[in-house]
Design a protein around this ligand. Sequence first.
Ligand code: SF4
Ligand SMILES: [Zn+2]
Length: 126
Amino acid sequence: MSVVKERHWVERAACKDMGHALFFPELGEDVRPAKEVCEGCPVRSECYTYSLEISTHHGIWGGKSERERRGNRPAWKAEPEPIRHGTEAGYGAHKRRSIKVCLGCRNAHREYEGRQKHNRLQRGGN
Ligand code: SF4
Ligand SMILES: [Zn+2]
């Protein structure tokens, strides 16, 4: 069951009757007052999980600021784009994400390198 659809926990939130502003501080504003409220909130973990599910960039959720939550996105949210397999760009994406290079991308890369070498030779370089 997804907490996104089940938001009954909001009824028990410590911040239920508080203004939103406290939990959505402007850049450079103090986040401690909001965190203090979250500290005593009975639905902290639901709130936190919810923020990861909706992948929100903004605000204090479950006592954690945006910066603190950033590293905890589910992996499928962290992947910005699918790898275009069988291309040189795909090869680069494999490398950047430390994913084993697939056959298609390896071939594309070999071809790319071959072309580069060919070009260098044509220019008389080495
Ligand atoms: S953890 Fe904080 S932001 Fe989340 S519901 Fe509780 S008081 Fe509100
Ligand atoms: Zn690939």
